[in-house]
Design a protein around this ligand. Structure first.
Ligand code: SAH
Length: 277
């Protein structure tokens, strides 16, 4: 039986003496639960942080998408309970993870890149109560992994915008793209294009092109840090959306971004750039 959040081991009994002077029962309370929100990085094992590794090793319950679980299964302790699920079941994954932590388990919920970026951290913490410990472990998000492949595209102010209108109305996305365009901010597009979602990327690029030259550098990186990584440097005018899919991020430079020796470089500051000329 569960009593006051614990397991009843010995039911209440009274002392034998008359009149009864004392009653006693024994309940085992679970320890305080732990929910680790762990980013696995973009793919390569050596871009998984030592802290992420330690949290995976510590977990008694692991919650995540099956494809991410496969990526780190060898790092788990034998006996770790793995609750895998397919794409889409986000809310359910979040609820399960929090429920396990509230039962006193050490739970790790995982996501690729950083688990807080378009991933599980927010749905999980929206469910969490203050009776569990929450530990966030940052991971290398796709924009950073891609930036390192391309050169130095994020050297000045930059934003990430997800082009998925699954959870966000297109009007909201478009308003943000427009704001980034007007503010001359480098933009990295996540979830840029899928089979069923092919017009959003061209539309977003067209909005940026209203404020940036056709020759503005654009970097396309697919599967950053994974075995089949590929990347190409092109321009706003020349980008072929057909080369972009859901394994890809697209980084569009600002008006100061240049291609230098085949690399994408955004100067640290506009003043600095003028002085160098
Ligand atoms: N939490 C993840 C992002 C999840 S959204 C992170 O922080 O990276 C999923 C999108 O991320 C994909 O559609 C793709 O645009 C991008 N992405 C994730 N991993 C990537 C990788 N290794 N290379 C290129 N893009 C990646």
């Amino acid at each position: 039986a569960l009593v006051g959040g614990g397991e009843l081991l010995v039911p209440k009994r009274k002392s034998a003496a008359r009149p009864a002077m004392a009653t006693c029962a024994v309940v085992r309370r679970p320890g305080r639960g732990r929910l680790a929100v762990v980013g696995l990085g973009p793919g390569a094992r050596d871009l998984l942080t030592p802290r992420a590794k330690a949290e995976l090793r510590r977990a008694s319950v692991l919650v995540g998408l099956d494809q991410y679980v496969d990526q780190i299964r060898d790092l788990l302790r034998p006996g770790t309970r793995v609750l895998e699920s397919g794409l889409g079941a986000e809310e359910e994954r979040a609820r399960t993870a929090v429920a396990e932590a509230r039962r006193g388990q050490a739970v790790a919920i995982i996501g690729s890149g950083d688990a807080g970026v378009y991933a599980m951290a927010s749905p999980a913490l929206a469910e969490a109560s203050d009776d569990i410990d929450v530990i966030g472990v940052p991971g290398v998000t796709a924009a950073l992994a891609a930036g390192a492949v391309l050169g130095a595209p994020l050297g000045h102010d930059h934003v990430s915008i997800s082009l998925s209108d699954l959870h966000t109305p297109w009007e909201v996305i478009e308003r943000r793209v427009r704001a980034a365009a007007e503010a001359d901010i480098v933009v990295t597009f996540y979830n840029p294009r899928s089979r069923g979602r092919d017009w959003q990327l061209p539309k977003a690029l067209a909005i940026l092109a209203e404020h940036r030259e056709p020759a503005t550098p654009v970097g396309v990186v697919r599967n950053a840090s994974r075995a089949d990584e590929s990347s190409r440097l092109t321009t706003l005018a020349a980008l072929d959306p057909a080369t972009v899919d859901m394994m890809t991020v697209v980084t569009v430079g600002n008006t100061a971004t240049r291609e230098i020796a085949g690399r994408m470089v955004t100067p640290r500051g506009y003043r600095w750039q003028e002085e160098a000329r």
